[in-house]
Design a protein around this ligand. Structure first.
Ligand code: DX5
Ligand code: ZN
Length: 225
């Protein structure tokens, strides 16, 4: 049976109670903490920075992935690696030379992830896929939590899985945005190894119940596929 990893998106947490929020998702047995960074240029608003990554690093042993929704991610990569990121996610669409950025991140001993927006074609990533540990397919337009899932992205996930198998590559496939107990099943069927979930984990009073329901829905289809 294929299992899917669940990454909790910290943007949806109560940031005034970070320590308790981290404890809550640890108890709910999420697999990864996903930290969204926004610069007010690549996306309309600002969010989070190296201080938050440092603070979270001290609170938990869970893997931390940092989603850089920023222009010129190469300029800030080292600061986020030093703050404690285990994986750095950079966008193909932001202003940088992605190949150079990915090589630099790997040389810093950090895992690499390449993110693509919903309307970016999978084919554009192919020349870079040897350099990545993860391909992150955005299933909402980046910048806001709580948006509806863009179902057309699943076709791209299927392509990404087929290409990986054909070329014997090893990147994992993650889906970010609008993942709920209704959309997680189709994500797993399409080939996702990981999903990023914000509001559906942090908004309910009981994060354990919410995570359990997500896993149950994922396993229903995982058992068949
Ligand atoms: C969107 C972010 C996501 C988002 C997920 O720009 O990259 O990580 O916070 O939140 P939900 O699960 O609420 O869509
Ligand atoms: Zn994200």
């Amino acid at each position: 049976m294929r299992t899917v990893r669940i990454a909790a998106s910290l943007l949806a947490a109560d940031l005034g109670r970070l320590q308790q929020e981290v404890k809550r998702i640890e108890a709910a047995q999420v697999d990864v903490i996903h930290i969204d960074v926004m610069d007010g240029h690549f996306v309309p608003y600002f969010a989070l920075g190296t201080e938050v990554v440092q603070a979270i690093r001290k609170m938990t042993r869970l893997p931390i992935e940092v989603h850089l929704m920023i222009q010129q991610p190469d300029r800030y990569a080292r600061a986020f690696v030093e703050a404690g990121a285990d994986t750095l996610i950079v966008h193909l669409e932001s202003y940088h030379h992605p190949q150079r950025t990915l090589v630099n991140i790997r040389e810093m001993g950090c895992r690499t992830s390449l993110a693509i927006n919903p309307m970016t074609l999978f084919e554009k990533t192919c020349p870079l896929l040897q350099k990545v540990d993860q391909l992150l397919c955005m299933s909402v337009n980046p910048g806001f939590m709580g948006q509806p899932f863009i179902i057309e992205v699943l076709e791209k996930v299927r392509l990404a899985q087929a290409y990986r198998d054909k070329h014997r590559l090893e990147y994992e496939i993650s889906i970010d945005g609008g993942v709920t107990d209704e959309t997680i099943g189709p994500c797993v069927t399409a080939g996702a190894n990981q999903v990023v979930v914000g509001r559906p984990i942090f908004s309910p009073a009981d994060a354990n119940d919410a995570t359990r329901l997500l896993r149950a829905r994922a396993n229903e289809v995982g058992a068949g596929g």
